[in-house]
Design a protein around this ligand. Structure first.
Ligand SMILES: [Mg+2]
Length: 181
């Protein structure tokens, strides 16, 4: 088993090495271990979720993973990952820039709903703003599912990074040149 070259990276469940490390430590995949802390000598110590200082909860992490799977499964079932003329499986082969811009278009629709305080035309009991944000998240999760992106792990890592970054600290944001928004 190769466990070197990981000395400054935490390893999450979607990482190819995570299953290897879980097996090596006799722990259950994704359910008990948040990450593996590098010991600096090529070995790792498993860190349980309840001992992790990361802001993202286990429930949120598993929820995002499940949502990613569900969104991609739904769009696959609806035929969005099949070439309807040839029957070719298009998983991972669609135009990625186009898909990213479709996410942006959902945000633009949310902006329009906010601007005019509109209710959604398809779900009239809901605000257009929240439905279009939901559309955006559905598209993001489908995209991540289709391209095997570790969205849950990335959110966990980024929330942890944001929690300690200097330019997000209140005392630095109020200083001259600090981030105002
Ligand atoms: Mg929409």
């Amino acid at each position: 088993m190769v466990m070197t070259n990981q000395s400054d990276h935490k390893i999450h469940s979607a990482h190819p090495k995570f299953q290897e490390l879980c097996d090596a430590h006799g722990v259950e995949y994704g359910s008990t271990i948040h990450h593996f802390r590098p010991n600096g000598d090529g070995t790792f110590t498993p860190v349980p979720w309840h001992e992790s200082s990361k802001p993202m909860s286990f429930a949120a992490y598993t929820g995002i993973k499940a949502l990613t799977d569900d969104c991609h499964a739904a769009s696959t079932k609806a035929g969005w990952w099949t070439d309807l003329h040839t029957g070719e499986n298009m998983r991972g082969k669609r135009n990625k820039p186009e898909m990213l811009m479709l996410m942006v278009s959902e945000l633009a629709e949310a902006m329009e709903g906010l601007r005019k305080d509109l209710m959604d035309d398809k779900i009239p009991s809901r605000k257009m703003e929240e439905v279009e944000l939901a559309d955006c998240i559905i598209r993001i999760c489908d995209y991540a599912g289709a391209h095997d992106l570790d969205l849950a792990g990335a959110i966990s890592d980024k929330m942890a990074f944001n929690a300690v970054r200097e330019d997000h600290k209140i005392e630095n944001r109020v200083m001259a040149g600090g981030k105002k928004f």
